[in-house]
Design a binder for this molecule. Structure first.
Ligand code: NDP
Ligand code: OXD
Length: 321
């Protein structure tokens, strides 16, 4: 009997994430299963049992009558949740060590960059100024991570081992050794009040949209050694109110920001974020995961599912993540 085909619907990837590269990785790991890279003028939608997708257009998945599972090729599923015609089959997201490790690298890199005053030191080098300033210890800085899921839990562990005072905030209660855990709306303010560097690793849902706004920044600790709090957002652009971030950087409510994600990507060339002296910007590549790892993860899940096993990392559609 023919195995149901796997359809790839991939939009917006470059280089490492090009559709052709994904096709070649999936061909390698799917054995005798047919892998279709869409659009393909000669295919029968009825043969598609699985779809592996990145930013499919709304409605694109609705035409597959025999679809059994949708695999999102990233961790965040907000683009899919916005599709009101998304078929009612399990939606699996990525949670693999390769992605998690890369995100932790980003979080640690940017936390250390602000803690160790790298923007100031690089400017000093450019201007040939030998003017070291006082450097406080890691344990004088309180890092607060919003989101204690796959990514947040790993990041807090490494930050804690570096010596920072680490706290985290999630929807439901969590317990992580050495990390002060807060949860829910009711504990958000207490979490913010003790935070010098705020790291956002939340999913984008109706509850979290624009959560990073002036009202929230105003509650961050202003008595830390850095003088003003720092924002690091690698979740989604929709989590942030961008005019508020710029205004808060300008008036000193925020001391600096590292931003990997934006409301409009690619970031328009006329955005002030490109040139703002207090912004460290990256082009949504905090965790630019290896397609080899993800294609193996999807192929393993399909094999297990067809053998009667449970799928892992299935999105809870009510929660939206
Ligand atoms: P998880 O689903 O594993 O974790 C999400 C965390 O956010 C959980 O701790 C959850 O709480 C918390 N959360 C969700 N909603 C709320 C809320 N309303 N209030 C408080 N806490 C909330 O996701 P991941 O860690 O795998 O990924 C997080 C996000 O990172 C992705 O959704 C994606 O947007 C982004 N991402 C960005 C990348 C990049 O390159 N920039 C790469 C990969 C991911 P609880 O524990 O109670 O469920
Ligand atoms: C993801 C991403 O969600 O890369 O995996 O943004």
């Amino acid at each position: 009997m023919n195995k149901g085909a796997l359809a790839l619907l991939i939009h917006g990837g470059a280089q490492n994430w090009s559709p052709e590269r994904w096709k070649s990785r999936f061909d390698d790991v799917c054995g005798d299963r047919r892998v279709l890279l869409l659009p393909d003028p000669a295919f029968d939608p009825a043969e598609v049992h699985y779809a592996a997708v990145w930013k499919p257009a709304p409605g694109e998945l609705a035409g597959f009558a025999n679809l059994r599972v949708i695999f999102n090729l990233g961790a965040g599923v907000d683009a899919l949740m916005a599709d009101s015609s998304l078929p009612e089959v399990p939606l699996v997201r990525v949670a693999v060590g390769d992605l998690t490790g890369r995100m932790t690298e980003y979080v640690v890199l940017h936390t250390l960059m602000h803690h160790r005053q790298e923007p100031y030191l690089r400017a000093s080098q450019r201007e040939k100024r030998w003017e070291p300033t006082y450097q406080w210890a890691a344990n004088a800085v309180s890092v607060g991570v919003m989101g204690l899921g796959t990514l947040g839990a790993d990041a807090v562990d490494v930050l804690r081992r570096i010596g920072f005072q680490v706290a985290g905030w999630s929807r439901s209660p969590r317990q992580i050794e050495g990390v002060e855990c807060f949860h829910g709306e009711g504990q958000l303010e207490a979490f913010l009040r003790r935070t010098d560097i705020l790291v956002c690793l939340l999913p984008l849902t109706p509850e979290t949209r624009q959560i990073l706004n002036r009202g929230l920044f105003a509650k961050l600790n202003r008595k830390g050694p850095m003088g003003a709090p720092v924002l690091i957002n690698a979740g989604r652009g929709g989590l942030q109110n961008e005019p508020d971030i710029l205004a808060c950087l300008d008036d000193g409510t925020l001391g600096a920001a590292s931003l990997d994600v934006f409301g409009h990507e690619p970031l328009p060339t006329d955005s002030r974020f490109w040139t703002h002296p207090k912004v460290v910007l990256t082009p949504h590549n905090a965790a630019d995961t290896d397609p080899d790892e993800i294609s193996k993860y999807v192929a393993r899940q399909i094999e297990r599912f067809e053998a009667g096993g449970a799928l892992e990392n299935v999105v809870d559609r009510k929660r939206g993540y």
